[in-house]
Design a protein around this ligand. Sequence first.
Ligand code: SF4
Length: 323
Amino acid sequence: MPAVLDDISTEILNLKKKIGATILAHYYQEGEIQELADITGDSLKLAREATKVDTPVIVFCGVLFMAETAKMLNPTKKVLLPDLKAGCSLVDSCPPDKLHRYQEMLRENGRKFQTVTYINSSAAVKALSDWVVTSGNAEEVVRKIPAEYEILFVPDKHLGRYLSEVTGRQMILWDGSCMVHEIFSVHDLVRMKKLHPGAQVIAHPECPKNILEHAEFIGGTEAMIKHVGSFKDPVEFIVATEPNMMWQLESRFKQHKYLPVPGITCACNKCPHMALNTLEKIRDCMKTGQPEILWQPEFDKAKEVLAKSLLNPPATKPHPQGD
Ligand code: SF4
């Protein structure tokens, strides 16, 4: 928390008390938002933490699918999302009707499969799935699926390909990707490695293979925090994930230096969806009680899949790169 809070931060903290709210913020939110939050985390941590919130209101600083997940896992709470337009390119890449038709085609062809869905998906897509995973638990879940099933992995082809490689499971991959991780410049990454020969590249598995093959460590954001925290002496890290993640790393492990990998089309490479949430919108949603995530019919089935996938970890031994 800053020594002197500005007016808007003070207003948010006062409103938080007044309406009884808990603020959850994803690691891809601006530092000023993470700083005000009660809990910060990746999708998996925030989903699990949302189930423990005991205040009547959850203010979710992230994108729509994350706020919907919080609502499904803790349905009696009022869940507010500062900007309802905060979407995700992965969600957009997998319309539920298209997935349904594809699953039907596989069934008609006698294929025996289970659908494993990355949490970055709509509730309707989660409802069509056997499992919902995050980058923190995906490997555990994939290892748990009996070998007689094929795996249809949606919607992130890069995470699916990475999982297929580490688990040795063949997968049918949906053609979706994250607009942020997709466009890291491999040219700039190679140049940075030459300029900083002692640096370690840490990369999110949503990145394409040409980025991951230059990485010393691959893992979701929680796994990155654990990895970086395991170095006591100063290290330079070249970071290939959404750049707001560096605020979290810099706050926790000040002894290290962090260098962001630029994007091909945008040097900062921030997620435009996450960026829709601002301190002003957080204040306003707490004042008005809007926009609120309302229960949708598809939440009933999606909630069952979410709960069995995220709240009851599989019995298999976790991999060190898991959450
Ligand atoms: S960083 Fe990528 S996966 Fe995350 S919300 Fe933005 S577009 Fe979606």
